[in-house]
Design a protein around this ligand. Structure first.
Ligand code: GSH
Length: 207
């Protein structure tokens, strides 16, 4: 199995799942800063030029959430996806909530802070996206009160995806009103197989 990754990106979700599964994999660095996401070879794997991509035999999979679900379903003995349809529906619910309601404003903030060329950056967009993140983080904060995991009574891929996304929110100082989420995120990163925090991953490539 090959994981195309770059340290401080959404590839952390896939790496986290692989590490928790204890599956051997070959890590291939795609240096986005050096334009390696746009080479013809890489675009053949991931036409969006984004990370992560997982290659497992003849399976070529993009989209970090699809990747973690594929891995969890391939190795069901770890129970990283619930088999009960009701719990599974809740897992899907919170994975989608994380990707659409929490991650999207963070991505917009990143684009307008350092990804877009300076003349295309909009401080107003950062402000709106920050507000949207805070509103949706408050919903997640409420959900997580009194819970150890996103769904059910043991860890699932929902936790790996959420904890990474909260670390991202924390990096841009938007988690200060969410004490439950902050301590949950730190607890998740204390797991022995957890990946590097975003700050450490960024530092590891000199960012
Ligand atoms: N929805 C995709 C988003 C992937 C994504 O945007 N990854 C970023 C890094 S976190 C990337 O590769 N960006 C390169 C680019 O936009 O050119 C996923 O979850 O896999």
């Amino acid at each position: 199995m090959k994981l195309y990754e770059f340290a401080p990106t959404r590839s952390i979700r896939a790496r986290w799942t692989l590490q928790e599964l204890g599956v051997d994999f070959e890590a291939i660095t795609v240096n986005l800063l050096a334009g390696q996401g746009q080479t013809p070879e890489y675009l053949r794997l991931n036409p969006a030029g984004k990370l992560p991509t997982l290659v497992d035999g003849d399976v070529v999979l993009t989209e970090s959430v699809a990747i973690v679900l594929y891995l969890a379903e391939k190795y069901p003995e770890k129970r990283f996806v619930p088999t009960d349809p009701k719990l599974r529906a809740q897992l899907n619910r919170w994975l989608l909530f994380t990707a659409t309601e929490l991650e999207q404003p963070l991505w917009r903030i990143a684009r307008h802070t350092f990804l877009y060329p300076e003349e295309q950056r909009s401080p107003a967009d950062i402000e709106i996206a920050s507000r949207e993140f805070r509103e949706m983080a408050a919903v997640m904060e409420q959900h997580m009160r009194g819970r150890e995991f996103v769904v059910g009574d043991h860890v699932t891929v929902g936790d790996f995806v959420l904890a990474y996304t909260l670390d991202w929110g924390n990096e841009v100082q938007l988690l200060d009103r969410c004490p439950t989420l902050l301590s949950y995120m730190k607890r998740m990163y204390e797991r022995p197989k957890a990946p590097m925090r975003i700050a450490a991953a960024a530092a590891s490539i000199g960012m």
